[in-house]
Design a protein around this ligand. Structure first.
Ligand code: PLP
Length: 453
């Protein structure tokens, strides 16, 4: 049993550091595989891979060795002055893992920067090819694409974007395909098509010549709790984009690098996006790294027209790229993508069995090891629990006190719900899934007792 988190906070006095809230957590000491220890020796299972980042687990010796070797040579070289081998090799390896034609790689330091890069490359491509009227990027609600102002413009999550509304141009949104909430007589395939048609309607309403791109998370992350659309949705969205010459941007910041059981989630449906954003699992937390991967046909006109007017000091940092290269090799050599598929199926089955035990578990969803469950007051109607109960955050605390880290949010569609993401590193084993479930069940029991559920 863990000691209370408050007992292990370090430093004990006031700190100058601040994050989003006043939440205080114990100080990290070390981490290995799927486990994390604090300074008091308490151990947690990293049941959410941080924020769905630590895909290959912590302290992987091969990645650490690659980083040490690079550190002994050079940790920084500015891209306008020197090319560097780790960046070149990582770009080539990444391109080799993409769908046909998606072979130009641009490095950044995180997911928000990757999304910003996608938006700006798309716009510059339009200008370079004489399509100046195109600038609107249609997105979905709810969705999460990052914290910077450009990424917020396409993010459909009001609490994050509202305070800054005067500071950017909000982009048009269509509903995310929250089919699990729909109580109608349509089949799943029909629902998928109906949600996809909303894109077509929005394009027509906006004026097709003004629309530049559509951006989506192929499997939702924090915003929707691992929302997966019916298969019919994905192909129809691609068709609609093609009909109007609109670029399809897949934000695979969370889904990419194997998390859903394929290297890109796009592969599940055989979709070829025009631009892809990657980060999180791409360097798995060993370095701040992300990438935009774009079709050559988009990049060449931009470079010909004078260059991509966008870049970051740390783009292609040799140490970050050496880490990313070793991470991707580990994913390939250990077949962690395959393991995500196998272990994901097992974990999902165990999570689905929670519905027999807890009437307030209303839905279990996701792909590979990007999994979530949603807690509701009534499963039939999917009525959410009262907001003021803060059930998702309470469950996170119950789990935390039992040595399990999970990730939660409260939001969905126009209404609200509590969802919990259970997304361990892709190296997770069957016995470790047992450990996760044991702690999760104890946490759900504690929540049920606390809230009288
Ligand atoms: N896009 C998606 C789908 C995400 O899940 C996130 C982060 O959670 C981001 C973009 C932003 O990434 P970052 O926090 O690295 O800026």
């Amino acid at each position: 049993m863990q000691t209370s988190p408050a007992a292990t906070v370090f430093p004990s006095g006031p700190s100058n550091l601040f994050y989003q809230s006043r939440l205080q957590r114990p100080t990290l000491d070390r981490a290995e595989g799927i486990y994390i220890w604090d300074r008091e020796g308490n151990r947690w299972i990293d049941g959410s891979s941080g924020a769905m980042v630590a895909n290959i687990g912590h302290s992987n010796p091969r990645v650490l060795a690659a980083m040490r070797a690079q550190m002994d040579r050079a940790t920084f070289g500015y891209r306008l002055h020197f090319a560097n081998e780790p960046a070149e090799r990582l770009a080539n390896l990444t391109a080799s893992l993409m769908p046909e034609g998606l072979d130009r790689v641009f490095f950044v330091s995180g997911g928000s920067e990757a999304v910003e890069s996608c938006l700006k490359l798309a716009r510059q491509w339009a200008v370079a090819t004489g399509q100046d009227s195109r600038w609107k990027v249609i997105a979905r609600h709810p969705s999460y694409h990052g914290s910077t102002l450009g990424a917020l413009a396409v993010t459909g999550y009001a609490p994050l974007s509202e305070p800054f509304a005067p500071m950017f141009t909000a982009m048009p949104k269509i509903p995310a395909p929250t089919c699990y909430l729909d109580r109608d007589n349509y089949t799943d395939a029909e629902r998928g098509l109906r949600y996809a048609e909303m894109l077509r309607e929005e394009i027509l309403a906006q004026g097709p010549d003004s629309v530049l791109a559509f951006i989506m998370e192929p499997v939702g992350g924090a915003s929707t709790g691992a929302l997966v659309a019916p298969d019919s949705y994905y192909a129809r969205i691609r068709e609609i984009c093609d009909e109007f010459g609109i670029l399809l941007i897949y934000d695979e910041v969370m889904t990419g690098a194997g998390r859903t059981g394929r290297f890109l989630a796009a592969e599940h449906w055989g979709i070829r996006p025009d631009i892809v954003a990657l980060s999180k699992g791409f360097a798995a937390g060993y370095a701040p790294l992300g990438a935009m991967v774009a079709a050559r046909r988009l990049v060449e006109p931009v470079l010909d027209a004078g260059g991509f007017m966008h870049g970051y000091t740390y783009a292609g940092n040799p140490l970050a790229c050496a880490a990313g290269l070793a991470v991707i090799r580990e994913i390939l050599d250990q077949d962690l993508t395959g393991n995500a598929g196998r272990m994901g199926a097992l974990l999902k089955a165990e999570m689905t069995a929670l519905m027999d035990r807890y009437p307030f578990v209303g839905d279990v969803r996701g792909k590979g090891l990007l999994l979530a469950f949603e807690m509701v007051a009534d499963r039939e109607t999917m009525t959410p629990l009262p907001r003021e109960w803060n059930a998702h955050a309470r469950l996170v605390e119950h789990a935390y006190a039992r040595g399990l880290v999970v990730y939660s949010r409260r939001t969905r569609g126009g209404i609200e719900g509590d969802h919990i993401l259970v997304c361990p590193p892709l190296i997770v084993t069957e016995p470790q899934i047992g450990e996760i479930m044991e702690r999760l069940v104890a946490s759900l029991d504690a929540l049920a007792a606390e809230l009288g559920l």
